[in-house]
Design a protein around this ligand. Structure first.
Ligand code: G3H
Ligand code: 13P
Ligand code: ZN
Ligand code: NA
Length: 308
């Protein structure tokens, strides 16, 4: 059966590595990711956003992930990414997920606490774990001043209070990452001091990093080379992710790097074979590109190879 993240995070915390949480929307993405994890003998989190559920339907995604489980025998957790209210979390808990995120970060602190607590109560009663979020995900210039950072980033004392009062199993925090392909205008910057403080106040507690794609230049360049237009894209450098994985960060979220690997491959394929119109001829290579990228992450960045 699908596993919880509890055991994965405990081992990751102690071992100084992180588990990759990859967003899935269709069969080729699922297969590319699990084939990589299988070759690396790595635990894995597959996550589904509200948009993914809308696109593919809940049941198709659950069945794809169940197929992946049966095919690979890997410990795989199925997680709801950025659940925005109690209802979507309940729907995923009732519908076979082993982990849900309630993202109350847009609310004020007390509303976030109350909403998260409500989800935790229902989830725990059904054997499901919960990820909360506190702070605003935003990239900042490296010369940003302290008060600007304090306004956006997660306050370590509040993080400790949030975990204590809600009973969440893991917490996403804001230290400078952001979603998508344009994370930093200038030099990439993450607030490791803040991460360190959170780690001291919440010992043995798993922290989650969202917006953690590297926006790998090889894929951006390939997209642009074959008719794409994504100038100035920049992500989180791999050495920063390695550093975070060595600290209290136990889950690293990756979607944009999957999208870029897939799109670069499809663009190249269609440009080089203009008379081809069998979808397998471009989705197959796209699946291989995803597999290669994910294998690289697991082995060289997350450090979860061989950690079954
Ligand atoms: O955090 C967002 C993930 O990349 C999912 O994106 O909402 O477009 O499916 P999505
Ligand atoms: P990226 O856009 O950096 O891949 O972040 C994905 C994410 O945080 C999903 O929740
Ligand atoms: Zn996210
Ligand atoms: Na870690």
């Amino acid at each position: 059966p699908l596993v919880s993240t509890t055991e994965m995070f405990k081992k990751a915390y102690e071992g100084g590595y992180a588990i990759g949480a990859f967003n899935v929307n269709n069969m080729e993405i699922v297969q590319g990711i699990v084939d990589a994890a299988k070759e690396e003998q790595s635990p894995l989190i597959l996550q589904v956003s509200a948009g993914a559920r809308k696109y593919a339907k809940h049941i198709y995604l659950v069945k794809l992930v169940e197929a992946a489980l049966e095919d690979t025998g890997l410990p795989i957790a199925l997680h709801l990414d950025h659940g925005e209210d109690f209802e979507i979390c309940k729907s995923c808990i009732d519908g076979g997920f082993t982990s849900v995120m309630i993202d109350g970060s847009k609310h004020d602190f007390e509303t976030n606490v109350a909403l998260t607590k409500q989800v935790v109560e229902y989830a725990h009663a059904h054997g499901v774990v919960v990820e909360g979020e506190l702070g605003r995900l935003a990239g900042v210039e490296d010369d940003v001043n302290v008060s600007e950072k304090d306004a956006l980033f997660t306050d370590p004392d509040q993080a400790a209070e949030f975990v204590e009062r809600t009973g969440v199993d893991s917490l996403a925090i804001a230290i400078g990452t952001s979603h998508g392909a344009y994370k930093f205008k200038g030099t990439p910057y993450l607030d490791f001091e803040r991460l360190e403080k959170v780690g001291k106040l919440l010992p043995n507690f798993p922290i989650v990093l969202h917006g953690a794609s590297t926006v790998l230049p090889e894929f951006v360049e390939k997209c642009n080379q074959y008719g794409g237009n994504i100038p100035g894209a920049q992500g989180v450098p791999e050495d920063m992710l390695r550093k975070a994985a060595g600290m209290s960060v136990c889950k690293i979220n990756i979607d944009t790097d999957l999208r870029l690997a897939m799109t670069a491959s499809i663009r190249e394929c269609l440009t080089q074979n203009p008379s081809e119109f069998d979808p397998r001829k471009y989705l197959g290579p796209a699946r291989d590109a995803i597999k290669g990228m994910v294998q690289h992450k697991i082995k060289n960045v997350l450090g979860s190879s061989g950690k079954l």
